[in-house]
Design a protein around this ligand. Structure first.
Ligand code: ADP
Ligand code: MG
Ligand code: ZN
Length: 618
């Protein structure tokens, strides 16, 4: 009997956590690394937990906080993030509150009273509030279970979102020498991680680093042609669902927003040129589902924990894969399928490059490397999941991800890629490696452009070698060859040079991949079919309407009442009893008590009206 006698303390603590998971959150299992992260807190080991967006970082500290004695302090950079988490916890029946600058003195006093009563389990604070003199003294007299630092990359200057107030968190270790500190971030770079450990003065922290892959995101990349049409095609695949459209510049936001509104889409703009008031309004409308789609610059997104964003569209290329991962990562936080579409053009590269021209030399070099990395991603011809992971130094251990345009076979490669690439490369050689991509494409397609005639390039043996194709197609191929390192762009004018690898192609020793120019119909990813398996869509829609009624009555975002995953599980199991309802993933005791009756009634009505079986085993 291994556990007769006194049980090890950690074992008991983890058992309690498991029970809390079912009781409050309605979950029956851990997501990857959640258990290990909770064990660190339970054992009193400092930790840095790196999990992608949607990886379930909040639960790593929320569940231990509920089961441990004392108060857990959670540091968060934005009021909107604190509010979202506190509302979510309250809905689950967990005792959590926040203190922030938007609250009145009496509201703050009532939080202090709750802490003094020792009935509060989690307190959310900004770093400045936590470290203010009076508050430190107060907390020193309070029993703390541990301190969690969310969005911990904000302490690092190397991160994408450095916040000076976060820097001061370094003094926590000294103020609370015996309290465990746990830091959480989705940032993937090694440099930021070690900076976090150092800045926060963590004691031998356990590093828990998850896979950065987001298997539920379906990545698609297309050259930009008629962008409004391309965007509408995506929106039409997601009628009534929430999503974000990112544009590079403010004026692109305004123009895209206008054109979509005219066509009757439910959209609102967001960029730094608008008043705070307007921005805040539009953000709230989006979060509360009064508008489906927000059209924004990258000023939008930080502090948005909305879990049911079903698509993120980029109408231009971001300046790095870090940015792309961050922005596209706002889709599908709930683990359900979501689509990330990127429309790029060679001119985006030029725009970024000229914007970077003012940067100090060192910084500009790094920025340019990142920009090229991003561009190769667009033109590269490699599985998108694999390409992103590789960029962050991880590997995807499957050949077909089943969730990107490459692996879904939406893109076709041409059969005679070797010969076509040789034609392109030898034309670059004949032009003495002194011209850019568009000029080279013109020569290859046999254009009668004035410059070509003047330069006598219509006399070259490679002139018109690819005249069966349009100059756009040939230009795309050139970009694809750049993406695969057969050609590089050099100098101020992006002059094409043949690389070592390129010369191997000319000798027939290596074959590049070139995409077929035709657009093929969009395929449905397996990710999508799986997560809808057994779900009655009509009932799902009915429940969605009910959720939206409840949410607006409670003045709360719909996804806090029930996540999309929970709604789908209801429409799959179709329970007839409260016990059956508790089986639904994402339904804990508090939600069952609060909404059980209404939801069961709605399910019953729908099932009877449509002769649907209830209490389905899954
Ligand atoms: P992160 O902070 O890492 O981006 P969140 O903490 O916001 O992620 O969680 C993302 C989503 O995953 C939420 O909708 C949450 O309810 C869900 N989730 C977290 N843990 C689990 C679990 N063990 N089982 C099922 N869903 C979970
Ligand atoms: Mg989070
Ligand atoms: Zn793939």
């Amino acid at each position: 009997m291994p556990w007769s006698g006194a049980k090890p303390q950690l074992f008991v603590m983890m058992e309690n956590i498991q029970k809390a998971l079912t009781k409050y959150w309605g979950y029956d299992s851990f997501l990857p690394l959640q258990k290990q992260a909770m064990e660190c807190i339970s054992r009193g080991t400092d930790s840095i937990v790196v999990l992608p967006t949607g990886g379930g970082k909040s639960l790593c500290f929320q569940a231990p906080a509920v089961t441990m004695q004392g108060l857990a302090v959670v540091v968060s950079p934005l009021i909107s993030l604190m509010k979202d988490q506190v509302d979510t916890l309250t809905e689950c029946g967990v005792s959590a509150m926040r203190i922030d600058s938007s609250m009145s003195a009496s509201e703050r006093d009532s939080v202090i009273a709750r802490i003094n009563e020792q009935s509060l389990k989690l307190l959310y604070l900004s770093p400045e509030r936590l470290l203010s003199d009076g508050f430190v003294d107060f907390l020193k007299k309070t029993k703390l279970s541990f301190i969690a630092i969310d969005e911990a990359h904000c302490v690092s200057m190397w991160g994408h979102d450095f916040r000076p107030e976060y820097r001061q968190l370094g003094s926590l270790r000294q103020i609370f020498p015996d309290v465990t500190i746990a830091a959480y971030t989705a940032t993937a770079t090694e440099q930021v991680r070690s900076d976090i450990a150092q800045q926060l003065r963590l004691k031998n922290p356990q590093m828990l680093i998850g896979s950065f892959d987001r298997p539920n995101l379906v990545y698609k990349v297309r050259p930009r042609k008629s962008i409004v049409k391309q965007v509408c095609a995506v929106l039409d695949r997601h009628k009534g669902e929430s999503g974000i459209i990112y544009c590079i510049r403010r004026k692109d936001v305004d123009s895209m927003c206008y054109q979509l509104a005219v066509k009757g889409y439910s959209v609102a703009p967001y960029h730094a040129g608008m008043t705070n008031e307007d921005r805040k309004n539009n953000q709230e409308q989006f979060i509360n589902k009064k508008v489906d789609t927000i059209v924004a610059t990258i000023a939008f997104g930080m502090g948005i924990d909305k879990s049911n964003v079903r698509y993120v569209i980029h109408t231009g290329m971001p300046k790095s894969l870090e940015h792309y991962q961050q922005e596209s990562g706002r889709a599908g936080r709930d683990g359900l399928e979501a689509e990330c579409c990127l429309f790029y053009s060679g001119s985006d590269y030029g725009i970024w490059k000229s914007l970077m021209s003012d940067m100090p030399e060192e910084a500009r070099k790094i920025a340019m490397i990142k920009l090229s990395g991003m561009y190769s991603y667009c033109t590269g011809g490699v599985c998108r999941h694999k390409a992103i992971l590789r960029y962050f130094g991880q590997d995807l251990n499957k050949d077909n991800c089943g969730a990107c345009d490459m692996c879904l076979g939406e893109l076709d490669f041409i059969d005679d890629a070797l010969i076509t690439a040789q034609k392109i490369l030898s034309c670059i050689a004949r032009l003495d490696q002194r011209f850019g991509g568009s000029y080279t494409a013109l020569v290859l397609t046999g254009s009668e452009d004035k410059r070509i005639i003047e330069n006598d390039h219509d006399k070259l043996s490679t002139y018109g070698l690819l005249s069966d194709y349009s100059k756009h197609i040939v230009h795309d191929w050139i970009e694809q060859l750049i993406g695969q390192d057969y050609i590089e762009k050099t100098g101020e004018y992006n002059v094409l040079n043949i690389t070592e690898k390129g010369w191997r192609v000319l000798k027939g020793k290596e074959t590049p991949r070139l995409l077929k120019p035709v657009e093929r119909p969009v395929k449905v990813s397996r990710v999508i079919t799986d997560s809808w398996e057994g779900v009655n869509k009509g009932l799902f829609e009915a429940l969605r309407k009910l959720r939206s009624i409840i949410a607006s009555k409670k003045k709360m975002p719909a996804y806090i009442v029930f996540g999309d995953a929970a709604l789908r599980d209801m429409a799959r199991r179709r329970p007839s009893t409260l016990d059956g309802f508790l089986e639904v993933k994402g339904v804990g005791e508090a939600k069952c008590e609060q909404y059980g009756e209404v939801v069961l009634a709605a399910i019953k009505d729908y099932c009877q009206a449509n002769s649907l079986a209830m209490d389905v085993e899954v």
